[in-house]
Design a protein. Structure first.
Length: 255
């Protein structure tokens, strides 16, 4: 990847230095929120399934200093940027990135299994109008049954009661739940509202492998105030590296 086409951006108020292409897929706040939503414990090994340039993996490692994060990415140039970003952020000892097709059987290295948790930001859009840039197209588009494959891979590599955390479009929540319910229970849905009174555009969804507990709709998070600035809770997640549960527990701007 041409160095002229790469930017260095800060996440979590500079705790993470992220190298990413100027043209193509660029991380916004979704991977930061995904990392904040993951429930992990010291010593856990967490897989970022389809890690791209490493935004979610690096944010999780920065927030949880005793967690080992493993990323797999099929685009070799993106995986290399993730490795370089890990080193640049001082996280190279705890973030490992491999090149591979996460959806292929055996795509996740066997020595990584079983895992304590999996996080994923699966492609949102069904095949159709594809982006002209190959990296953006690969990051955003999927075959109609691909979401089920992402969840099936997570179920295969997780230990019993291991946790899966996804960020996805709110309008595809039915697809997410259909994919997760065969293997996951104790499912929690957290709506993400762009502003007060607006329809949720994204949802965070968590579940545990092999659990039978029924679904819970949790208090959601409002991301922006009416003036466009981030809410206090969103700022705690995006700048202070606070986990989602802690931010929601002290929510001042939510419903």
């Amino acid at each position: 990847m041409d160095e002229i086409g790469i930017s260095e951006d800060g996440l979590l108020d500079g705790r993470v230095r992220l190298l990413q292409p100027l043209v193509g897929y660029r991380a916004a706040i979704d991977p930061v929120l995904l990392a904040a939503a993951a429930r992990v414990s010291p010593g856990d090994r967490v897989l970022d399934l389809g890690c791209g340039t490493g935004a979610a993996a690096l944010c999780l490692a920065a927030r949880c200093p005793e967690v080992q994060v493993l990323g797999i990415e099929r685009q070799a140039d993106y995986a290399e940027l993730a490795r370089r970003s890990a080193a640049l952020s001082g996280l190279g000892a705890r973030v490992t990135v491999a090149v591979g097709d996460a959806l292929a059987r055996g795509g996740v290295p066997p020595e990584w299994r079983p895992l304590d948790a999996v996080i994923a930001n699966p492609p949102f859009f069904l095949e159709g109008n594809r982006a002209a840039d190959p990296g953006r197209a690969a990051a955003h588009h999927q075959e109609p049954d691909a979401l089920g494959l992402w969840v099936a891979v997570a179920a295969r590599v997780l230990k019993p009661r291991g946790g899966l955390t996804l960020v996805h479009q709110a309008e595809r929540l039915d697809d997410v739940l259909a994919a997760m319910t065969p293997s996951f229970g104790a499912i929690e849905v957290i709506p993400l509202w762009p502003k007060p009174g607006r329809t949720a555009k994204r949802v965070l969804v968590r579940g545990e492998k092999g659990r039978k507990t029924r679904l819970a709709l949790l208090p959601g998070l409002i991301l922006h105030r009416e003036d466009g600035g981030f809410t206090a809770a969103a700022r705690r997640l995006l700048f202070d590296a606070v986990g989602l549960d802690a931010a929601l527990a002290t929510e001042e701007d939510g419903c």
